[in-house]
Design a protein around this ligand. Structure first.
Ligand code: FES
Ligand SMILES: [Fe+2]
Length: 439
């Protein structure tokens, strides 16, 4: 058992778990993660749709490590360390297709099949006959697949993939993640630790501070938080049948009208609706709800019927369809899910700098029955601030940089996290410590 030094270990203070700032800012902690977390944990390398055809490959990078994910056959996905078994040359980068169904090293032209078996060691007669094919097999990485995600694990003795996921597949079955396809894919570089980027989406304690404009339609006091094995989720216990502002605003029902709240809400979530549905919402905004119905009822009806029109929702009830929540798949995938649509953020160390993170920002949605998934267009941003990401994202993104600067203050030692509303962040840190401690 390695023991973390005091300035890195979680500890108890007045009945709380406190989180030292050095876990986010120090090279020492980052190096421990590179040595003990990332090489041993299941992590999302890509979506299956990124390698749709046999021979397709994708390079997944984490810190200074590079892994090739390869669709070796129609239904088989394999993964290898991106290093030649001869003298280590990187075998491929970015994305592409191994057109001849073989992986060829550019240096001395050794070749492997898509299962990593050697096809040719050039001038093998020069090598001792005792050299086996096994000796020159590509270094294999474990692959797990769930919900359209391709997970990889560098550790041959890693825990079984199903055990890692635990109850997640069952809990989220109705969201049919395997049917989600990219609507957009952006990768953004941030000057912050990867955990700061995950934390930014792992609680609803901050909207009252950072996103006050959400409070008119968002009741942030109704959220609950739960650990699910290594992972966690949070959300409203039930979806909203009435629109009401956060009680924090101290408004009485005479102070607002449903249509105004609805207008704010529609603006905030317009991305969930097709242009056609947005038209119907506009109409609702103009004319108000019909007699005997609340604006929230009509909004929910439109949402359900839009989904039922577009997708086969089988036996799901309206109540089930309207449910939603934010999922955190340990260690680094997080975001809100509704039926038909997910916004997921994957945060990865960018090289070996604890202050640099690649944030993959995935907007995913179901493809309408009979429709076709759009081509994936992956855009890269070296600097988040050159683009307008929408008000809420801009607030979150700008804040990630402020957190990082503040955490480096000589006057900051540890986080005093809200034991209820920030419980998932504490949980994240506790699970992380298990990986760091395990021999
Ligand atoms: S380094 Fe790849 S074949 Fe020599
Ligand atoms: Fe936020």
């Amino acid at each position: 058992m390695t023991k973390l030094s005091n300035d890195l270990a979680l500890s108890e203070f007045r009945g709380m778990v406190v989180v030292p700032g050095a876990r986010y800012t120090s090279q020492e902690f980052f190096d421990l993660e590179m040595e003990r977390l990332w090489p041993r944990v299941w992590q999302v390398a890509c979506r299956e749709e990124e390698v749709p055809n046999p021979g397709d490959f994708l390079e997944y990078t984490i810190g200074d490590q590079s892994i090739l994910v390869v669709r070796s056959e129609q239904d088989t996905i394999t993964a290898f360390f991106n290093a030649c078994a001869h003298r280590g040359t990187r075998l491929a980068s970015g994305t592409g297709n191994f057109a001849t169904s073989e992986i060829r090293c550019r240096y001395h032209a050794w070749r492997w099949d898509l299962d990593g078996e050697i096809i040719e060691v050039v001038d093998r007669q020069n090598y001792p006959p005792a050299l086996t094919d096994e000796d020159v097999h590509l270094g294999e990485v474990q692959v797990g697949r769930w919900g359209g995600f391709v997970f990889v694990n560098m550790d041959p003795k890693c825990e079984p993939f199903d055990a890692f996921l635990g109850d997640i597949p069952e809990l989220f079955a109705s969201y049919r993640m395997e049917e989600l396809r990219f609507r957009s894919y952006r990768t953004i570089v941030f000057e912050c630790n990867w955990k700061t980027a995950v934390d930014a989406f792992n609680e609803a304690y901050h909207p009252q501070g950072l996103h006050p404009q959400m409070l008119t339609w968002f009741d942030d006091t109704r959220f609950s938080y739960a650990a699910v094995g290594q992972h966690s989720l949070y959300g409203e216990e039930e979806y909203r049948r009435e629109l009401a502002p956060s009680p924090r605003l101290g408004l009485s029902s005479d102070d607002y009208d449903q249509e105004e709240l609805l207008a704010d809400r529609i603006d905030a979530v317009a991305g969930l609706f097709s242009r056609e549905d947005r038209g119907r919402l506009e109409e609702l905004r103009r004319n108000g709800p019909p007699e005997g119905k609340s604006a929230a009822d009509v909004f929910n009806d439109i949402r359900v019927s839009a989904l039922r029109d577009r997708y086969d929702l089988g036996s799901l009830t309206d109540d089930q369809i309207l449910r939603n929540g934010t999922i955190h798949v340990f260690p680094n995938l997080i975001g809100p899910l509704v039926h038909g649509n997910a916004t997921l953020y994957r945060a990865r160390p960018n090289g070996l700098d604890p202050d640099s993170t690649l944030l993959d920002y995935w907007a995913l949605e179901w493809v309408p029955t009979g429709g076709e998934a759009p081509a994936i267009e992956h855009k890269f941003y070296e600097d988040w601030s050159i683009k307008d990401w929408g008000l809420i994202n801009n607030q979150d993104f700008g804040n990630m940089v402020e957190i990082t600067r503040g955490m480096k203050s000589r006057g900051y030692r540890r986080g005093l996290l809200n034991p209820v509303q920030e419980a998932n962040i504490v949980h994240h840190n506790q699970i992380l410590d298990r990986y760091l401690a395990d021999e």
